[in-house]
Design a protein around this ligand. Structure first.
Ligand code: LLP
Length: 474
């Protein structure tokens, strides 16, 4: 847990990562601000060596600011800790649903991670980025895993064309793939089977049940029929099993239990004569959105998962599978902040003070969707004393468009820069054009340099797909 001092001495400084000299030793998911966050002599917040006020002057607001060091550090910690703690082969793949765009794929690919994609669009983005970076078709195929509970035939054909591993979710998909496989007899289709393991996580607690009410994956009682089917359909090269139990999880036990369940099923599958050399444990490690959040570090999580898989394999007397993990939020969530410009203020005496910013539920739909809590600092006055409780509202025509209820801030004025932390995961990727707001720009910051990675949408972008029927023009 991050210790925030009591209110009297409370300023934006309290949110900074401690021990900045040890930056890359910290676990990014345990930090509210990106690892490179600093206060510069102008009392402005600086990330990746870039002054946030200057970034807003240059690129406008709202602005997503993604710190390359934090993102790369998270990738390295996952990758290197699996090498340290797991005695078999391992691979970390980024759940690109958290934020999919060419530059994010590019940075993560440079750290040698693979990618989990869940739609033709994510597959296309990832493939485009990797081929522009110079990866061969074979390397691209090996890096991508394709998820989804209702992939279309077109998407399946796209995946077969790329040659990536398809994570099969249900009977329809399995049968469709077998048919597609028969029509091209010279190749086999690499697949994993997704199962619903009976372990359900609700952020701070979890339950184990025999059956789960989930739209994803095969129920365990269908698995033996699936194994039989696979032995009869040689065009499908089943590489192993997959399960994902939830997101923003703060405990290690659910994934340790999951390891045990998956290894038992690997053994059963191997008894059917399938080799099943891979085990994909999903993602789910949580991050700090507030000082009350207390997730394990990436290292603690990787160690717990690795040991659980090795122990289960020893017990079941099967060889160590290639262990795959597919984190999203804990790789990118803490690497990004969103900068907004403060606008209007409404004071309702003895009830509430609202301050409005120039974005809202369209660039961060998580508060209105999940009642998610965030923390905020005044990026242009980091040392100002926090002396106000205000509600940070978006600019959408919807009363629920509140980014932070009861935020603690210094006195703010129109034009000030508000910086909301922990916006790297599921913000841009779930952003919309509600009220026809153009989606924000994003910059990648590193060593004092800011590179535009997503252009701000223009009004022309907003009407790009609109069509006026001819009959209205006459
Ligand atoms: N693998 C699978 C199959 C998944 O469904 C997910 C996330 C992940 C991996 C990555 O999980 P993570 O490491 O990010 O927890 N929109 C929600 C989160 C939805 C997560 C869906 N699946 C949010 O904003 O909190």
């Amino acid at each position: 847990m991050i210790a925030i001092p009591t209110k009297s001495s409370h300023t934006g400084q309290d949110y900074l990562p401690k021990n900045v000299t040890e930056t890359t030793k910290r676990s990014p998911n345990q930090s509210l601000l990106p690892l490179t966050a600093k206060i510069n002599p102008h009392d402005h917040l600086e990330i990746g060596g870039c002054d946030l006020k200057t970034l807003v002057q240059q690129f406008g607001s709202p602005l997503y600011i993604l710190d390359e060091t934090t993102l790369r550090t998270a990738c390295q910690q996952y990758r290197d800790n699996f090498k340290t703690y797991y005695q078999g082969e391992s691979q970390v793949i980024y759940a690109s649903k958290a934020w999919s765009c060419l530059a994010v794929v590019g940075v993560i690919a440079k750290e040698n991670l693979g990618f989990d994609v869940v739609s033709g669009g994510e597959l296309y983005t990832t493939q485009k980025a990797l081929s522009q970076l110079g990866y061969s078709c074979q390397e691209i195929a090996q890096k991508i895993y394709f998820h989804g509970n209702n992939k279309s035939v077109v998407e399946l054909e796209q995946a077969i064309e790329v040659g990536c591993t398809i994570i099969v979710d249900n009977w329809l998909e399995l049968e469709t793939l077998a048919q597609l496989g028969n029509s091209s007899p010279n190749r086999t289709i690499p697949i994993l089977i997704r199962l619903t393991p009976g372990i359900e996580c609700h952020t701070h607690e979890y339950i184990r049940t025999g059956h789960l009410d989930s739209k994803f994956g095969f129920d365990p009682n269908q698995l033996e029929a699936v194994f039989t089917y696979l032995t009869e359909h040689k065009s499908l090269d089943c590489r192993g099993l997959h399960a994902h139990i939830g997101s923003q999880i703060f405990e290690k036990q659910p994934h340790q239990d999951l390891a045990g369940v998956l290894v038992e099923w690997l053994k059963i599958g191997q008894e059917y004569g399938l080799t099943l050399p891979e085990l994909n444990i999903g993602g789910g490690l949580g991050i700090c959105y507030t000082e009350e959040d207390d997730p394990p570090s990436i290292e603690e999580w990787v160690k717990a998962v690795s040991e659980a898989v090795m122990k289960a394999c020893k017990r079941s007397e099967i060889p160590l599978p290639k262990l795959i993990a597919e984190p999203g939020r804990s790789l990118i969530g803490s690497a990004c902040v969103t900068a907004y410009t403060v606008g209007s203020r409404k004071e309702i005496p003895e009830i509430r003070t609202y301050i409005a910013v120039d974005g809202g539920m369209s660039d961060n739909p998580r508060p209105i969707t999940y009642q998610s809590a965030y923390r905020v600092v005044l990026g242009n006055k980091m040392s100002a004393e926090i002396n106000e409780t205000v509600t940070v509202a978006g600019k959408h025509c919807e009363s629920g468009d509140i980014l932070i209820k009861d935020a603690q801030l210094p006195q703010t004025h129109p034009g000030d820069i508000l910086v909301i932390m922990g916006t790297g995961a599921y913000n841009y990727s779930m952003a919309s054009n509600y009220n026809r707001l153009p989606r924000p720009a994003a910059v990648l910051v590193h060593n004092g340099e800011a590179n535009l990675i997503l252009r701000r949408e223009s009004y022309d972008d907003l009407i790009r797909q609109d069509c006026l029927p001819q009959k209205l023009l006459s």
